[in-house]
Design a protein around this ligand. Structure first.
Ligand code: ATP
Ligand code: MG
Length: 190
């Protein structure tokens, strides 16, 4: 079955576009199970009795985090033997020390993605989506920073592709364009 990695900067519309694409895919009998990489890491850490709550994850020693990350990738790949999986995760993570690859080599080796999907939009539109979406508390970023973050995501995605042989699919999600974006995503994943 297919393992698709779904990425894009916070608030670009990943969940919105993927949910809509999945409705179309379900009609074609190629539905995807949506998995959040962070939630899978939490599941692994809980099963091993390392943590109880999500917030405790950050306090794990980095070696432990790395091992949990690796196991989460393997667990997703195991699940993908039964069903198509769409993994919601960060491509390049912005930290005070610089951008951090969300999918390091030791995770990619277990995960073996077939396609990496980058959902992108105009940085100004993304800024307003973040401000308008009251259901979430996303960091405030200048449009130039959003643009750089999107650039870094492209760079990270292509290096993940180099390591795994996956393809990189860019899906534009302009204002009011969810339907077209979802159609393009569904076509790429059918
Ligand atoms: P996160 O990474 O934080 O989970 P996300 O990429 O999944 O974010 P969504 O939650 O899908 O983003 O969307 C963020 C907001 O943008 C929502 O309010 C959603 O309705 C809106 N939105 C998404 N796509 C579009 C679009 N094409 N036009 C207008 N609004 C949009
Ligand atoms: Mg989301």
């Amino acid at each position: 079955m297919t393992v698709a990695v779904l990425t894009g900067v916070p608030g670009v519309g990943k969940t919105t576009v993927a949910d809509e694409a999945n409705e179309t895919l379900a009609e074609k009998d190629s539905e995807y199970e949506m998995v959040s990489f962070g939630t899978m890491m939490l599941e692994v850490a809980r099963d091993e009795g390392l943590v109880e709550e999500r917030d405790e994850m950050r306090k794990l020693p980095s070696e432990e985090q790395r091992r949990v990350q690796e196991k989460a990738g393997e667990r997703i790949a195991e699940r993908a033997e039964e069903t198509n999986i769409m993994v919601d995760t960060h491509c390049a993570i912005k930290t005070p020390e610089g951008y951090l690859p969300g999918l390091p080599e030791w995770v990619l080796r277990g995960l073996e993605p077939d396609v990496i999907v980058l959902v992108e939009a105009d940085p100004d539109e993304i800024m307003f989506r973040r401000l308008d979406d009251e259901t979430r508390a996303r960091d405030l970023e200048a449009t130039s920073e959003i643009a750089t973050h999107q650039d870094m995501n492209r760079n990270a995605a292509m290096s993940y592709a180099t390591l795994t042989g996956a393809t990189v699919k860019i899906v534009e999600n302009p204002d009011g364009g969810v339907e077209e974006a979802a159609e393009e995503l569904a076509d790429a994943l059918a």
